[in-house]
Write a protein that binds this ligand. Structure first.
Ligand code: SF4
Length: 60
């Protein structure tokens, strides 16, 4: 499992950065990017996104 950020939905508002306890999210070129090595999949960022851009998905 991993966090997936839909770049088409992400507005780069940074709301997810505020709730991540592990500093796993950054805004790069106006879009949220997750560092999977820091993410513990707690899912806190999912409801924090006002644009429903973050989901947990199966690893490809
Ligand atoms: S799932 Fe949790 S640890 Fe992972 S990026 Fe979202 S808030 Fe951070």
């Amino acid at each position: 499992m991993k966090i997936y950020i839909d770049k088409n939905k992400c507005h780069g508002s940074g709301e997810c950065l505020k709730v991540c306890p592990h500093g796993a999210l950054q805004i790069i070129d106006g879009k949220a990017v997750v560092s999977h090595d820091r993410c513990d999949l707690d899912g806190l960022c999912i409801p924090a996104c006002p644009h429903d851009a973050i989901n947990i998905v199966e690893d490809a």
